[in-house]
Design a protein around this ligand. Structure first.
Ligand SMILES: Cc1cc2nc3c(=O)[nH]c(=O)nc-3n(C[C@H](O)[C@H](O)[C@H](O)COP(=O)(O)OP(=O)(O)OC[C@H]3O[C@@H](n4cnc5c(N)ncnc54)[C@H](O)[C@@H]3O)c2cc1C
Length: 243
């Protein structure tokens, strides 16, 4: 379907959102992704003119679709996307994917989301959806970034947690010394100790664990959950291949 680029927004250091108006209303579930094909690559890219991106928007936010990505000069695709003028047409294919809430809209039991970097996109969509619908499902987000400046949707996530008792957000920074802000929050990658201290009842069989981010981060976190004896049927995974 035809998508028209209508807006761009810087979300964090090196990270931007792009907003698209689809030619028809898209029915999607929070967490799903789309294939985006550029009209023409302005800069060469050996991976071609198509990428998949999770919709970081929530269906409760109206017709406009939003994606959020780290924009790197080295990616011809992303450089082209970043320089596209408003009103440009892209081709979109979707929605796709099962890393999303069920079509009933309800998530049963407690949900623990673990995101690395740009892996926050499906969780932003799901948390926003859940908050807009006023669902009371307990959600715990553990979100890891290298520096405070790289935390995408930081203010919004903090506000969502402040305004909804069922939503808890923990942010951790693995390289605080590389950031400009004096970071006083959690430090280090998500490891066994951190999971145990943040999710004290981590062995509860009613928790569903969701992992999303670059493949090495997701694989490392999956191993930690296995070592905590969390069974695979409690774990849902989305790997952002390509990073
Ligand atoms: C289901 C699914 C959903 C996805 N959703 C999203 C999403 O919501 N947002 C998103 O951003 N991506 C998402 N992705 C990944 C996305 O599709 C791209 O593969 C990814 O963004 C990488 O794109 P790229 O190769 O154009 O650019 P980049 O990897 O950004 O850059 C291109 C090149 O830069 C170099 N490079 C990469 N990392 C570094 C580094 N740290 N330092 C120096 N050089 C580097 C490498 O040579 C790389 O090939 C998703 C993937 C899947 C499978």
């Amino acid at each position: 379907m035809r998508l028209v680029l209508v807006d761009k927004k810087t979300e964090a250091e090196g990270t931007k959102s792009f907003f698209f108006e689809p030619e028809e209303i898209v029915s999607y579930l929070p967490g799903q992704y789309f294939y985006f094909t550029l009209p023409k690559l302005k800069f060469p890219d050996e991976r071609g003119d198509t990428r998949h991106f999770t919709l970081s928007s929530s269906p409760t936010e109206g017709k406009t679709l939003r994606i959020t990505t780290r924009v790197r000069e080295e990616s011809g695709f992303k450089k082209t996307l970043d320089e596209l003028p408003f009103g440009s047409n892209l081709e979109g294919r979707g929605p796709n994917g099962t890393f999303c809430i069920p079509s009933s809209g309800l998530l049963a039991g407690r949900q623990v989301f673990i995101a690395g970097g740009i892996g926050i996109t499906p969780f932003r969509s799901i948390i926003k959806f859940s908050a807009d619908k006023n669902y009371k499902t307990p959600i715990h987000l553990i979100y890891s970034n290298s520096t405070p400046e790289q935390i995408t949707f930081r203010k919004e996530l903090e506000e969502l947690a402040q305004n909804h008792k069922n939503i808890k957000v923990f942010m951790t920074v693995s390289k605080p010394e590389e950031g400009r802000e004096l970071w006083t929050g959690l430090i280090g990658r998500v490891d066994e100790k951190m999971i145990k201290s943040l999710i004290t009842d981590h062995q509860s069989p009613t928790i569903t664990w969701w992992l999303c981010g670059p493949p090495p981060m997701v694989e490392a976190t999956e191993k930690i959950l296995e070592s905590l004896k969390i069974t695979s049927d409690q774990i849902r995974i989305e790997k952002f291949t390509g990073y």
